[in-house]
Design a protein around this ligand. Structure first.
Ligand SMILES: NC(=O)c1ccc[n+]([C@@H]2O[C@H](COP(=O)([O-])OP(=O)(O)OC[C@H]3O[C@@H](n4cnc5c(N)ncnc54)[C@H](O)[C@@H]3O)[C@@H](O)[C@H]2O)c1
Length: 332
């Protein structure tokens, strides 16, 4: 069997609970690959991971390698091939007697976390390590982590696949088709309510989703808010945030990055901009991506953007620039 080292922060959290079994079941990295899992947590909850590890052992997957729980990010990411940065400090938590409500405070607190994690990854993980940031604010956390990693051969991604899956599901429901009919979904920009899920370039059975649905008012006025506010709708209904679908999206992203993309299709994740579509270089931005037969991930070029799309992309770009400004001492 081949072996892969996978590190994950936030191992005792909600998303991790859904994610971990699927990382070692053969589903994500293949049935021929043994997965050595390193779970990284903060000291207050690291002991809970013992229970999680007991459950992972009890799953009895043949692909289970070594299982480690640690508070030491360096130990966790040493020689890691894939690193899933799921842990972060949520809005509403009290830090040093202050309730963290403002996005700028959230950015700064998580910025501190992603500084140390980025440095450790750059120094100790594999030279071709792939890093997926799930913890919010995901794009700017990834920007900080990547900057601090200072390692150009590693690849950083921030997760927009949950948004893409939601965006596909809403189109499928509206069109009355199977989800498999919906392809070519892009989430442009930030994983936040300013994201732009692109219905013009998404396809339903090979035709533009806008044409297939033929209801411009719904597309431009109802569809976008439905996708952008879906996370809140889940919280309102479930009383807890979307963990199973977020875990599923993380697995979708790992598999999409690691395998050649189906001809004609693409997938969605945020990556460092190379200036494509006029997006400022280096910003971690949601783009349409393809993985080549050789394994490199490329931004799909030549996608047409109408004025509606351009206006939405401008808003999400400006938000990401203002997030960058809020942490500029960490990313300059
Ligand atoms: N990108 C997306 O599409 C998406 C979707 C859903 C959730 N999220 C985000 O994912 C994150 C995790 O969600 P959850 O529901 O699992 O939250 P959770 O609060 O249940 O778990 C987060 C875990 O991270 C841990 N953690 C905090 N700081 C850490 C650090 N420095 N090192 C290691 N672990 C640390 C916490 O102790 C906690 O166990 C949140 O930020 C959430 O907003 C992102």
């Amino acid at each position: 069997m081949k072996e892969i080292n996978v590190a994950l922060t936030g191992g005792a959290g909600q998303i991790a609970y859904s994610l971990l079994p699927r990382l070692i079941s053969g589903e994500t990295f293949g049935t021929d690959t043994k997965v050595n899992l390193r779970l990284i947590e903060i000291p207050q909850v690291v002991d809970k991971l013992k229970g999680t590890i007991m459950e992972l052992i009890d799953c009895g997957f043949k692909q289970t390698g070594s299982l480690l729980a640690t508070t030491d990010i360096k130990e966790g990411v040493q020689d890691a091939h894939w690193i899933l940065l799921v842990g972060s400090i949520p809005r509403g938590i009290v830090v040093d007697g202050k309730k963290i409500e403002e996005r700028s405070d959230l950015l700064r607190i998580n910025g501190g976390i992603f500084t140390g994690q980025g440095e450790a990854i750059g120094e100790l993980a594999q030279e071709d390590a792939k890093i997926l940031v799930v913890g919010n604010p995901a794009n700017t956390n990834a920007l900080i982590g990547r900057t601090k990693s200072n390692n150009p051969t590693q690849s950083w991604f921030a997760m927009t696949a949950l948004d893409a899956n939601r965006a596909k599901a809403q189109l499928a429901e509206k069109a009355g088709v199977d989800i498999a009919s919906v392809t070519n979904m892009t989430i442009w920009g930030n994983h936040s309510p300013t994201m732009y899920p692109d219905p013009y370039n998404a396809k339903i059975d090979g035709v533009s989703a806008v044409e297939a649905i033929n209801d411009l008012d719904w597309i431009e006025n109802e569809y976008l808010p439905l996708v952008q506010q879906r996370g809140k709708a889940v919280i309102d209904a479930r009383g807890a945030s979307s963990a199973a679908s977020a875990a599923n999206a993380a697995i979708d992203t790992v598999k999409a990055v690691d395998s050649q993309t189906t001809e004609g299709d693409w997938f969605s994740a945020a990556v460092p901009s190379d200036g494509s579509y006029g997006i400022p270089e280096g910003l971690i931005f949601g783009f349409p991506l393809r993985t080549s037969a050789q394994g490199s991930v490329e931004i799909v070029q030549g996608i047409e953007l109408n004025d509606f799309a351009k206006s939405k992309i401008k808003v999400t770009t400006e938000e990401l620039l203002s997030e960058k400004e809020a942490v500029k001492d960490l990313v300059d």
